[in-house]
Every structure is written in structure tokens, then in C-alpha cells.
Design a protein around this ligand. Structure first.
Ligand code: SF4
Length: 658
């Protein structure tokens, strides 16, 4: 019997209409856990590095995390992985709510989609019965409308649906896949549209077995109570009405203007009333005691939900107030657009108009009111109509296509993806490394377990470390206690901190744990629900495998190195690992490059950011080192390639996408 996982993937070939239930190799769970870990292995094995993101060969993989559907609380993340048309690299996307759990109850750890359907279809998975159904009547429908229509068609309100809106159908790079107050963005939406797949509907009623259920249940019951009582986990922004942090510190517009004294008590009172006058309820995800989703009904609009910073992105991009976000969010979510990158793209377009790089002729019929302009551009982008066709490729590609100096306005992307609109003074070295070398492309994956700023007094620091149960080693406490100024922390500490931050993200995303109770929350102090000390026991009890902290850490290194290898094979190199030039006001190229080089060495990567043969072989990734040597990415003795080869491969990133 297979424990925690189901042991089967559902393989769908949309070109041929093929449906297969395929047994998986049980050893993969021990090596890569599940979720994004095993998804990276599939992408490595089955998608040749030359394959374009918009090609039938590209896979679109929905993965349940290893803990999804077990009693482990807040194990709610479904990962959706593919190769992104925006970055050409592996797209990391996570959505909460119920989808991955339902998939697993239906009997599958993953849904693996390949090929392209000649016309729009949806997938109906009802335990062992799987159908590819016509979805042409759903063309152009919004994400929630699609889910409602499918449930009606199937006569089952309990079906879980993940769907794209018209933006995904039109292969807009910022398109997301939406599912019950959660969404998967950063790459998979346009790939789902390219494959002609409108939605996946799933219903599962089968049991998920665990190796030692009684012990696991007892621990999970306690964990669930602890999470419920713990104010340091979950999204505090769902209930805390003081949002001065984002508004005073993040940049408005296209990551342009900081409004340090924007927030006031009067504003807070007004916005709180606005929220509670329009909030239907707060909801959470499967088997989680927290409630992070605020569900809002705004007159004349589709009901929508948000959490954390998600409610701020539109009004901050447009220099408006919360009522504007409430007005536009339901529309944007229904179109299936990511609220993280889309507002930046629109603000970028309006900046180009103001600068005279684009002209009124590029925006025929656009209203003069800024709010209406956002709706106008949402529509153009979704339809890929006129200038919207260029903007639909995201800021980085659009800047290159427009030219005439537009490139200068592309000042907030890394590896061609829009980043959080933050501009700071001095560099925080570990966060320089997170932004430069991160391959997950989102803020929750860049922030992590270690704080971003030192605390001002020794008493505060001592209080902080007292509750820091998550630290994998005492040295992190020592570094934090001695940390006085943001930019003054040793390279040795910075490398280890980055590694720990990443470890928790990679572990969470393979197990399906929510970052709000684990990898994202440690930085703010207090106890996180999950850490390297309690996760191994949960893996052992649910899977029956012997896991301890060291084995978990090595598993993280294996998964993280494999993801790097997947992207290296598609051209990722050191020159791509640059935070935006104006991310910090005070920069020192030599210091930053030294830090980057030290980090590569710490990770066992060569000076171009490529894992060495020795590192790969130690992690059991011999198949990767063999492939790298065959392709000339590494030389026969595992050393760095010639510069020419490196550059040649690196240019693959440039040639794809737009
Ligand atoms: S902490 Fe919030 S976002 Fe995370 S699983 Fe629980 S309800 Fe969902």
C-alpha cells in the first residue's frame, strides 16, 4: 500500500484525447517528496530544453503536495508547474483552497497534461471516471462563471473546479488559473489556454492512507489547536486594519513613487468601514483553522476574495484608494488576470503615454479618467487587442517590443518577471541573494524565515530569539543578535540565511504546506507552525519512511538543485541573476558580485551558477551531471564550460517568449 501519496498520476494527452492512469515509482517520494519536487523531476525527464512553452511538448502539471489530504493541518497548496512563456523557465505557481486535496481523494497525485486540443475542452475527473468534454460553450466566460456553469452541468455542487478566464484563453502572460478564492499565476494560465483547456473539474471520495494514522492524528489535532491559537501564523492582514506598512513603504505606480506619510488614522477608519460594509465573510482553506480570505461583494461586480497585499495592488498602481481596488478586483479575477503583475503592466503603459513613448493613437477611445483607463486596458490586454497585444506579454517583453526608450521604464523585473514594487536604501545581503538567485518569482518565495531588518535594541533581539523554535542551527540566533545595520552582515551568514529561507519554501512547496504557517512567517517573529524540527516526524508518520532533519535538508538540496538544473538547461546563467538596478539606492557592484560568487560556492555551483558534477552526484543527480557533460554545459571533469558555450546557451532565454 502507498501511504500519503496515491501512487498514480493522471496523464492526459489533449492532442490525441488520451487518458491514462499511470503508476508512479515509489522511490520518487523519498527523493523529491511530492508537489513541486516531483513536478521538477517530470519536467526534467519529459520536456526537452528546446521545447517552447507554447508547444505541445510542454507539460502542464497540477500536483498535490505530499501532505494534501492527510490530517496535517494547512496542507492546502496545489502546485501548478510548466515552462512559462514569460520567462522560458520553470513556472512555480501555488494555489490554496481545496483542489489538490480533491485530486488526491479522486485517486491521483498529479494531473499531467500534454499536447493541445483542437478546440476548447474541459476535464471531468470523477474518481476513476475521466472525460475530456467539450467546452466551446464556455469560451470567453469568466473564471467563477465557468466554475458555476460546470457544477450546474455536472449536477454536483461539491465538484472542485480550476478554470482560466478569457485572459488565459488568449494566452496573456499574466493570466492565472482560478479556483475557489485562490489562484495560480506566473506562467500556467497562458499555457492552459494554449493547450485549449478551459477548466478541470474534480470530485473524489476515496480514502487517503497514512502509515501510522493514530499517532499522526493525535499530533495533528494538537498542531491544529496551536495554529488556531497562534497569532503569528495565517495572514494577519485579513483582520488587522492597519495597512500602513504596504502603503508607506511600497512604491506606487509602476514601482515609482514612495508615499511615506500616506497612511493616517482617518484613512484607516474610513477603509475599515468600507471593508466591513462590503465583506460577506472570511473563509479559509481545507483543514486549516485560519481564515485568510476576505470575500467582498461590490455593487454591480462579481463577488471576489483577497488576502494580504492583494487588495492594494490596483489602487497603488493607479494612485487611488481602496474603493478602486474593490471596484476592479472582481472584474480582473473574473477575466483571469493576476493581480500582482497586471496593475504594474497597466501603470507602465500609462507612464509610457505620459513620457510620449506611446501616444494617444496607441490607445484609441481611451477615457481620460484614470480609473476608467484601468478598465479600458484590462479589456485590451485580455483580448490582446491593439496595444493590449504587446502589454499582454508583461513589462519586460513589452518594453523591448515598444523600444524608443521604453526599456528604461522596465525597472522592476527580474528574469523578465514583475517583482514586488519595493525600492529601498541600502542592500540587505541575504535578500540581495534571494532576489538575484530565486527561481520562484514571487514575494512570498523571496521573503522567508529570517527577518529582513535588524531589531534596534539587544533586549528586542533577545526576546525575538527566545521564541525562535524554527532555527535549524544556533548560529542563526547568534547572527541575529549581533546584527546592527541592515547592510552589515557577513557573506557567510548571508549565504546560510538564504539557504534556510529557500529550504523552507522548497520543503513547503513539495509537501503542500501553506507558507503563511511556515516558510513565509518566520521573519516576523514568534513560533511558526512548521519547521525542520517537526516536519520530519510528520513525514515519517504519514509515509512510513524514516526521515530526520538531516535527511530533510538533503532532500531540499536535491529538489532545489534539480530546479536550478532544469533552468540551467534552458539557458539560465549568472548574468540573469540581477535585481533591478534601482532596487536599492546604494549599490556596490564589486561587493554584490563577490557575495553572489560566495553563494554559488556555498551551494556547490560553479562561477556561472551551474551546479558542479560533484554537487550533483552527491545529491544522487548523476543523470543531471551526465546530461550537462553531454550537452557541454559542464566539461568532462565537471568544471565550468567555455565562456562561448555558456553565452550561447544563455541566449536561449532571450530568443523565446514574445
Ligand atoms: S493560513 Fe490562510 S492561506 Fe494558509 S492554508 Fe490557512 S486559510 Fe489558507
Amino acid at each position: 500500500m502507498r501511504y500519503a501519496e496515491r501512487g498514480y498520476n493522471l496523464e492526459i494527452d489533449l492532442s490525441r484525447g488520451g487518458i491514462e492512469r499511470v503508476e508512479t515509482d515509489p522511490r520518487l517520494m523519498e527523493l523529491y517528496l511530492g508537489g513541486q519536487g516531483t513536478a521538477a523531476k517530470l519536467l526534467w525527464d519529459r520536456v526537452p530544453p528546446e521545447a517552447e512553452p507554447f508547444s505541445p511538448e510542454n507539460l502542464l502539471i497540477f500536483s498535490s503536495g505530499l501532505f494534501n489530504g492527510t490530517p496535517v493541518p494547512a496542507a492546502t497548496r496545489t502546485s501548478v508547474n510548466t515552462f512559462s512563456p514569460q520567462t522560458s523557465l520553470m513556472a512555480h505557481s501555488l494555489m490554496g483552497s481545496y483542489f489538490g486535496v480533491e485530486m488526491k481523494h479522486a485517486g491521483y497525485d498529479k494531473i499531467v497534461i500534454r499536447g493541445k486540443s483542437p478546440d476548447l475542452v474541459y476535464l471531468w475527473i470523477n474518481n476513476g471516471k475521466v472525460e475530456i468534454r467539450d467546452a466551446t460553450h464556455l469560451r470567453g466566460k469568466g473564471t467563477q462563471e465557468t466554475a458555476a456553469l460546470i457544477k450546474e452541468e455536472l449536477h454536483d455542487a461539491k465538484v472542485q473546479v480550476a478554470a482560466i478566464g478569457p485572459a488565459g484563453e488568449n494566452r496573456v502572460y499574466m493570466a492565472s488559473i482560478d479556483h475557489s478564492h485562490a489562484s495560480a499565476a506566473r506562467g500556467p494560465g497562458p499555457v492552459m489556454g494554449d493547450k485549449g483547456l478551459k477548466a478541470i473539474a474534480v470530485r473524489g471520495t476515496q480514502d487517503i492512507h497514512t502509515a501510522r494514522p493514530a499517532e499522526l492524528f493525535e499530533i495533528c489535532l494538537r498542531l491544529s489547536k496551536e495554529l488556531y491559537d497562534n497569532p503569528n501564523v495565517g495572514d494577519w492582514m485579513a483582520t488587522d486594519e492597519d495597512d500602513s506598512f504596504h502603503h508607506d513603504n511600497f512604491s506606487w505606480g509602476n514601482a515609482r513613487t514612495r508615499r511615506k506619510d500616506f497612511w493616517s488614522k482617518e484613512l484607516q477608519g474610513r477603509w475599515t468601514r468600507l471593508k466591513y460594509d462590503h465583506m460577506d465573510r472570511q473563509t479559509g482553506c481545507y483543514n486549516c483553522p485560519k481564515k485568510c480570505h476576505n470575500v467582498i461583494s461590490w455593487p454591480g461586480r462579481q463577488r471576489f476574495s483577497y488576502k494580504c497585499y492583494g487588495k492594494d495592488t490596483y489602487h497603488m498602481a493607479a494612485y487611488q484608494e481602496l474603493d478602486f481596488s474593490y471596484d476592479i478586483l472582481g472584474v480582473a479575477q473574473e477575466l483571469g488576470l493576476d493581480s500582482y503583475s497586471t496593475p504594474q503592466v497597466i501603470a507602465f503603459a500609462l507612464e509610457l503615454l505620459e513620457a510620449g513613448i506611446l501616444t494617444d493613437q496607441d490607445f484609441p477611445g481611451m477615457p481620460s479618467d484614470v480609473r476608467k483607463r484601468y478598465f479600458y486596458l484590462l479589456d485590451k490586454i485580455t483580448r490582446r487587442e491593439g496595444i493590449g497585444d504587446i502589454l499582454a506579454n508583461g513589462v519586460s517583453w513589452a518594453a523591448r517590443q515598444i523600444g524608443k526608450g521604453a526599456e528604461k521604464y522596465d525597472h522592476n523585473t527580474v528574469k523578465k518577471f514583475e517583482q514586488l514594487p519595493i525600492k529601498l536604501g541600502k542592500v540587505n545581503p541575504p535578500y540581495f541573494l534571494m532576489i538575484a538567485t530565486g527561481e520562484k518569482m514571487s514575494i512570498t518565495q523571496i521573503e522567508g524565515s529570517f527577518p529582513q531588518d535588524p531589531l534596534p535594541t539587544m533586549e528586542q533581539r533577545q526576546e525575538f530569539v527566545k521564541n525562535w523554535a524554527a532555527v535549524p542551527h544556533e548560529k542563526f540566533k547568534e547572527w541575529f543578535l549581533r546584527w546592527e545595520k541592515r547592510n552589515e552582515i557577513s557573506n557567510e551568514a548571508s549565504c546560510a540565511i538564504t539557504d534556510w529561507n529557500e529550504a523552507m519554501h522548497y520543503i513547503d512547496d513539495s509537501l503542500g504546506l501553506c507558507g503563511f504557517v511556515s516558510s513565509f512567517r518566520g521573519q516576523f517573529g514568534g513560533k511558526t507552525g512548521y519547521h525542520v524540527w517537526n516536519i520530519p516526524q510528520l513525514i515519517s508518520l504519514s509515509t512510513g519512511l524514516d526521515f530526520d532533519k538531516d535527511k530533510l535538508w538533503k532532500t531540499f538540496q536535491r529538489i532545489r538543485t534539480l530546479v536550478r538544473a532544469v533552468n540551467v538547461r534552458r539557458g539560465l546563467r549568472r548574468r540573469d541573476e540581477r535585481p533591478p538596478e534601482d532596487h536599492w539606492a546604494v549599490r556596490n557592484e564589486a561587493t554584490e558580485q563577490k557575495l553572489l560568487g560566495d553563494y554559488y560556492e556555498f551551494k556547490g555551483w560553479n562561477s556561472d551558477g551551474i551546479p558542479t558534477k560533484e554537487t550533483l552526484d552527491q545529491l544522487g543527480l548523476n543523470y543531471v551531471s551526465d546530461d550537462f557533460i553531454k550537452r557541454g554545459i559542464l566539461t568532462g571533469n565537471g568544471g565550468a564550460p567555455s565562456r562561448e558555450t555558456s553565452k550561447e546557451k544563455g541566449e536561449q532565454i532571450e530568443s523565446r517568449g514574445a
